[in-house]
Design a protein around this ligand. Structure first.
Ligand code: MN
Ligand code: MN
Ligand code: ZN
Length: 282
């Protein structure tokens, strides 16, 4: 099973592997650069070698990148949209160098132009990005969102429309965030609700495209449209919902990654991962 956490890259890319190993992860997620800045220093050869060597010696089987927060492929401002596309290509180049096969991205926020225009912009941006990154071995995973503000991706239909609209469909994968879908109104807290939601996702998006599930409980209620992550079992989803996911055989090859609140020493991550591992009965 691919289970792990989003880990910090503070101190260098290789430190993320050390942190993942400390948490006994079989999969990790990381940023490839500072997530709040456009600019990044190029990776050094040393850093890349250390990263790959440590990874090969570790129990980590899959590494997933997450894009930085400034990127917005839906923006109606063509300058910002282009800057975003170039920034994502830059991050995908880092993934190529580090041999990271997927980068999770937030589809984008339409701001003032409306969802239809926003989705159109995302599709056009993805087409440009896929051409420029052809053959790099890095695919893009669209993450479901809570629908806070003007964020696109809070309905499975949004992902459906984006995937149906792009030219290079094979390059587009997906990521379900449990906190986000719950906040967006998809109730996975009961057995009946869970099956219904996963079936709907399968019908509209396809489980064959799913490469990652972000396991986060939600501080806010069903359909609150507010994105606030909570420790596993301590929020409005509750333990049951996570028990379904941890025992769902369909997700054997899907990276299950926590993005729950963190302290300095990673004790919270340890506790959340232990809680999840204890749920496994299959
Ligand atoms: Mn995300
Ligand atoms: Mn997430
Ligand atoms: Zn979130």
């Amino acid at each position: 099973m691919l289970l792990g956490a989003h880990v910090s890259i503070a101190g260098g890319m290789d430190k993320a592997i050390e942190r993942g190993t400390f948490l006994s992860c079989t999969a990790i997620q990381l940023f490839t650069k500072n997530s709040n800045q456009w600019h990044s220093k190029p990776l050094t050869d040393d850093e890349v070698v250390r990263f790959k060597t440590l990874r090969n010696e570790s129990s980590i089987k899959l590494i997933i990148a997450h894009d930085s927060y400034l990127i917005n492929l839906a923006s109606g401002n063509s300058e910002l949209r282009e800057k975003s596309a170039n920034a994502l290509i830059g991050e995908m180049d880092r993934c190529r160098i580090l041999e990271i096969p997927y980068i999770v991205i937030h589809p984008g926020a339409h701001l003032e132009i409306g969802e239809d225009e926003g989705i159109k912009n995302i599709i056009n941006s993805l087409d440009i990005i896929c051409v420029k990154t052809d053959g790099w071995g890095v695919d893009i995973a669209l993450e479901t969102t809570a629908g806070q503000g003007t964020n696109i991706g809070y309905r499975f239909e949004h992902l459906n429309r984006i995937i149906a609209g792009v030219k290079y469909t094979d390059r587009i994968k997906t990521c379900i965030d449990t906190c986000h879908i719950f906040a967006a109104g998809y109730d996975i807290s009961t057995a009946e609700g869970y099956e219904k939601v996963i079936n709907e996702f399968n019908k509209l998006v396809g489980l064959d495209r799913l490469v990652c599930i972000h396991l986060n409980d939600s501080k806010k209620g069903l359909d609150s449209r507010v994105d606030r992550h909570e420790h596993i079992g301590k929020g409005c989803i509750g333990k049951e919902g996570f028990r379904f996911i941890m025992n769902d055989k369909r997700f054997y090859n899907v990276a299950r990654i926590i993005e729950t609140p963190k302290g300095k020493e990673m004790m919270e991550d340890k506790l959340n991962l232990t809680c999840l591992r204890k749920m496994i009965v299959i």
